[in-house]
Design a protein around this ligand. Structure first.
Ligand code: ZN
Length: 139
């Protein structure tokens, strides 16, 4: 048995302070390019104010993902980090949704459920965000 690792970084431009971008297609292309048929996909954001998560890309739910963070971090409470750069909500949202996702790969395809999509959640944009995509496979 041999292991193979394929890694690429993608850049995603966000257009607003809060934004949700479906990156599933770009990640699927990297899995295809890796030519790895059985293994694990890992997608990682090296940021503290943007997150990556898996959920349904239904337009209402995409808005809910943002509203949820806004509600959790309502102004009024004295968020200590706001003394520095006024984006405590984005850091707390990042810790809520997380910095990486892992998906099994089988037959060269992501084993996502019917409604699952990989979503980048921007909370302090607009910016260009990196996603480091690693496909680790066994032959
Ligand atoms: Zn900050």
């Amino acid at each position: 048995m041999t292991c193979r690792l394929h890694r690429e970084t993608i850049n995603v431009s966000t257009s607003e302070r809060f934004d949700v971008i479906d990156v599933t297609g770009q990640i699927e292309h990297i899995v295809e390019a890796s030519d790895i048929s059985k293994g694990i996909l890992h997608a990682y954001t090296p940021h503290t104010t943007a997150a990556i998560t898996i959920n349904e890309a239904e337009p209402g739910l995409i808005k809910d993902l943002i509203t949820y963070i806004k509600e959790l971090t309502k102004p009024g409470y004295k968020w200590m980090h706001n003394r520095i750069d006024n984006n405590a909500h984005a850091h707390l949202g990042q810790s809520t949704y997380g910095h990486s996702v892992t998906v099994p790969v089988e037959g060269g395809r992501l084993m996502l459920g019917t409604w699952q999509r990989i979503l980048l959640v921007e909370m302090d944009g607009p910016r260009t965000r990196k996603i480091i995509v690693t496909v680790l496979g066994v032959d």
